[in-house]
Design a protein around this ligand. Structure first.
Ligand SMILES: NCc1[nH]cc(CCC(=O)O)c1CC(=O)O
Length: 302
């Protein structure tokens, strides 16, 4: 009998793209498997009039999908890993982390080439405290305005003239065919992405070995090592995707390198740290300790 595997997914164009991407990889790895999407709405999608930081609560984009898995209405869920809380809900696991796409943030504008060439007092749209802190550090004069909604909505608000520029993740833009809108990739040393940005993860119940085993073929070991280091750093800072914490781990012949920063969205103060190592978890905790030594706790209100 062919097994049917149901993937719970949010309904945004990006979430659907990512879930289709996972479905295609699953079908390729398991030709007999019948894969279906179960599109659902989450609280993070529905509450658009307040910033995510203001709504608070972890896992705003996950809860409804997890309930569907617990009810047995879906076997797994697909997420942008950067939206997944550092501590998973008990009873769940991440059986696959797919190969990372572009990790960088993108500067997007119809009129300007980069952050430094924006005119004095220009209006930049982003609701991310991490992006706000880094913008303030580079350009204290900018006027930062909230910008919520899915990628397509945010681009439409830029085009409507509400902002001089906005900042979005390159990965989402590339996945949705908007690569041409990227005016500049924002990269180190000036700029770091969110922990796990650009990585897609599959979540399932941890008591479901039949589903878990299907995903072994999709897991990308190098990406997993990098995002584990980034998430371990954020976890040690008690971070979520709604705090001004940025991190990027890279792998080369000599091992892992992790760079992190913590900032203040209010005044643009930033503290930075970086180290090399082999064990992702220990490296993440080491860089977090260095950040705390330099005063990150004050910036995070710890
Ligand atoms: N918080 C929203 C979110 N979650 C994941 C992505 C796309 C990038 C990714 O896969 O990491 C985005 C949009 C954005 O930040 O521009």
């Amino acid at each position: 009998m062919t097994r049917i595997l149901r993937i719970a997914t949010r309904k945004s164009p990006l979430a659907l793209w990512q879930s289709e991407h996972v479905a295609a990889a699953l079908r390729a790895a398991h030709p007999d498997l019948q894969v279906e999407l179960v599109p659902m709405s989450t609280r993070g999608d529905e509450v658009l009039d307040r910033s995510l930081a203001a709504i608070g609560g972890k896992g705003l984009f996950l809860k409804e999908l997890e309930l569907a898995m617990q009810r047995g209405d879906a076997d797994c869920a697909v997420h942008s890993l950067k939206d997944v809380p550092m501590e998973l809900e008990p009873g769940f696991a991440l059986p696959a982390i797919l190969a990372r796409a572009d990790y960088a943030d993108a500067f997007i504008s119809n009129t300007h080439d980069g952050i430094q060439s924006l005119p004095e007092g220009a209006v930049v749209g982003t609701s991310s405290l991490r992006r706000q802190a880094q913008l303030r550090a580079l350009r204290p004069d900018l006027r930062l305005r909230d910008l919520r909604g899915n990628v397509n909505t945010r681009l439409a608000k830029l085009d409507a003239g509400d902002y001089d520029a906005i900042v979005l993740a390159c990965a989402g833009l590339q996945r949705l065919g908007f690569e041409a809108r990227i005016r500049r990739r924002l990269v180190a040393p000036d700029w770091l992405p969110a922990p796990a940005q650009g990585a897609v993860a599959v979540e399932c119940r941890d008591d479901d070995p039949a589903t878990t085993s299907l995903f072994a073929a999709l897991d990308h070991a190098e990406t997993r090592r990098c995002v584990e280091a980034e998430r371990a750093m954020n976890r040690a800072l008690h971070g979520s995707c709604h705090v001004p914490v940025a991190a990027l781990a890279t792998l080369d012949g000599t091992g892992l390198r992790l760079d992190g920063l913590v900032g203040s969205a209010a005044d643009g103060r930033l503290v930075r740290a970086g180290a090399q190592g082999d064990a992702p978890d220990a490296l993440g905790r080491q860089v977090a300790a260095q950040l705390l030594e330099q005063g990150a706790g004050d910036l995070l209100g710890l």
